[in-house]
Write a protein that binds this ligand. Structure first.
Ligand code: NAI
Ligand code: DG6
Length: 524
């Protein structure tokens, strides 16, 4: 078997007194420029430019990394696995539209580029693959494993998912038949009752326990040892759970949450047990579903252990469109007055979401995605004013994984006129979600190798090197309801999320934020 996993290419170096390369690190002194605003009298403001100097340290050695998926035997789990195997082997396969070759389309890291700068001779933009900005893991190199309450091997589960072409499935089948999910924890009340018939691969016990945490920790350690890995990233791509009730004394602090698990409290969700186990193993944990896995106690636990977490809910088709379109409309000065979003889909996710409590988790994460854009525009919206927004999801088995998303955006334009935008978006759900799963793993892993320290204004170092905050809000671009460090704002606008990701990566190699001013083309 030929494995196609190019080594990091070190495609560029930064020639600056602020950037020093050693064999093991990239060390950068970076000046972060922001604007502080003081409210002065009568609703007026004073804006004060502010500079903070940071040192960033990037570990250059790319670690051997594993990805463990909770819900590995589902549509996303099987699709992303087959996709990585196909890429690793450079597979091509026939379709009725002709031959197709493996690719990573839909992955920001593997499929997009970033402007490095302007060619010194031709003045043209020089764009490089995003994957080359920092020394990142290549997805072809990921060891893949995980858990599922359904014990079907991955080849059979891939057939059950009905996502990929038969010709492609035939080429990855032999490898996938050998992949069998580890038994998982199943607390029936958290997912729809209609999922019960697939629950045949279970760790004993139907509510949270320390034994469950220990078993999952052991699974992570075993996987690491079996594949000789330096790091493991765990990701929840299992069914959407209902929200857990937030109960003081139970899940409000790290200690209370641990005690609640020990006591087998019924309000601790399986996803939270996985999060806790991953945090204790120092394996970054990402929640790809909408439920409130990260109860306050889980966030505090991550902070205490300096472990990374990210969530919630993959942002693949309809919501990605929404967070781009609403960003455009409102920043164009157009007053969006309502959004009606309908979905129908026929995969197992749709079946699970046909149950009200699980639908409610999804409704919440799909509904809050325009809040920041509305709140930021006090010209169009009075304080507290909001566009109407409705989200409907229906289970329609016939369309399978090819979710239909119908959206109507209704807006008020110049002089009382109206603009109505209707979208019909066929979201091949798992094919859109799989590259996000990859991006989340690669970026989360990268963040484990970046450290920072701040300087005082006089240049004296104030702190030892430390990690970014445990809650990786840098992952927001891939997520519908981005989790942010407690007390910090949520950004939903897609362009801002992309800007944060790009510019943090640039800062780590001592480059200024991407600027579209192009004064070099305007002032001469
Ligand atoms: P799926 O229903 O095909 O797969 C979920 C898998 O999780 C199933 O194989 C099921 O047996 C397993 N499972 C359920 N509870 C488990 C537990 N406690 N431990 C281990 N495994 C468990 O769903 P699909 O389409 O793969 O989606 C997965 C999740 O990702 C869903 O929650 C969905 O809402 C979310 N999501 C999917 C997006 C997409 O575009 N496909 C986008 C956004 C979120
Ligand atoms: C129906 O909305 C099912 C959901 O699981 C979505 O398909 C999934 O959350 C993706 O949502 P979106 O809005 O990003 O396309």
């Amino acid at each position: 078997t030929t494995f196609l996993s190019p080594l990091p290419r070190n495609l560029f170096t930064v020639n600056s007194p602020n950037v020093v390369y050693t064999e093991s690190e990239i060390n950068t002194k970076y000046t972060y420029r922001t604007t502080l605003v003081n409210e002065v009298a009568d609703g007026k403001f004073e804006a004060v430019p502010k500079e903070t100097v940071y040192d960033f340290k990037v570990e250059r050695k790319v670690p051997k990394t594993g990805m463990m998926l909770v819900g590995w035997g589902g549509n996303n789990g099987t699709t992303v696995t087959a996709g990585i195997i196909a890429n690793r082997r450079g597979l091509t396969w026939d379709t009725r539209e002709g031959p197709r070759a493996a690719n990573y389309y839909g992955s920001v890291v593997m499929g997009s580029t970033m402007k490095l700068g302007t060619n010194a001779k031709t003045a043209k933009d020089v764009n490089i693959p995003f994957h080359d900005v920092l020394p990142m893991v290549h997805p072809n190199d990921l060891a893949i494993g995980g858990w599922d309450i359904s014990g079907m091997n991955l080849a059979a589960a891939m057939d059950r998912a009905a996502v990929l072409e038969p010709t492609l499935k035939a080429r990855v089948k032999k490898e996938m038949v050998e992949m069998v999910p580890l038994p998982s924890i199943y607390y029936p009340d958290f997912i729809a009752a209609n999922q019960e018939d697939r629950a045949d691969n279970l760790i004993q016990g139907s509510k949270a326990s320390l034994a469950h945490v220990d078993q999952i920790r052991q699974d992570i350690r075993d996987f690491k040892a079996k594949h000789g890995l330096d790091k493991v990233i765990v990701q929840w791509t299992a069914n959407t759970e209902r929200f857990a009730e937030l109960i003081p004394g139970i899940n409000d602090t790290a200690d209370n949450l641990m005690k609640a698990i020990e006591d087998g409290h019924e309000e601790v969700a399986p996803s939270t047990v996985f999060a806790v186990a991953s945090i204790l193993e120092n394996a970054p944990f990402i929640n790809g579903s909408p439920q409130n896995t990260f109860v306050p106690g889980a966030i505090e636990l991550a902070e205490k252990h300096n472990a990374f977490i990210g969530g919630d809910d993959f942002k693949s088709g309809q919501t990605k469109m929404k967070s781009a379109l609403v960003d455009f409309l409102i920043s164009a000065g157009i007053k969006l007055t309502s959004i009606a979003s309908y979905n129908h889909l026929g995969n197992n996710d749709g079946k699970n979401l046909s149950s009200h409590k699980q639908f409610r988790s999804k409704e919440i994460s799909k509904s809050n995605v325009v809040d920041d854009m509305v709140e930021a525009n006090s010209v169009l919206y009075k304080k507290g004013e909001h566009p109407d927004h409705t989200v409907v999801i229906k289970y329609m088995p016939a369309v399978g994984d090819n979710k239909r998303a119908l959206d109507e955006y209704y807006a008020e334009i110049f002089m009382g006129g109206h603009q109505t935008i209707s979208l019909f978006n066929v979201c091949e759900d798992s094919l859109l979600a799989s590259p996000l799963i990859i991006d989340l793993v690669l970026i989360a892993e990268m963040m484990t190798r970046i450290q920072w320290k701040a300087h005082a204004i006089d240049g004296a170092t104030t702190k030892e090197f430390g990690n970014f905050h445990s809650v990786l809000s840098i992952l927001s671009y891939m997520l519908k309801a981005p989790l942010t460090p407690p007390g910090t704002p949520v950004v939903n606008a897609l362009a801002k999320q992309r800007g944060a990701l790009t510019n943090i990566f640039r800062a780590c190699v001592g480059l200024e934020p991407e600027s579209d001013m192009t004064l070099e083309h305007k002032l001469f």
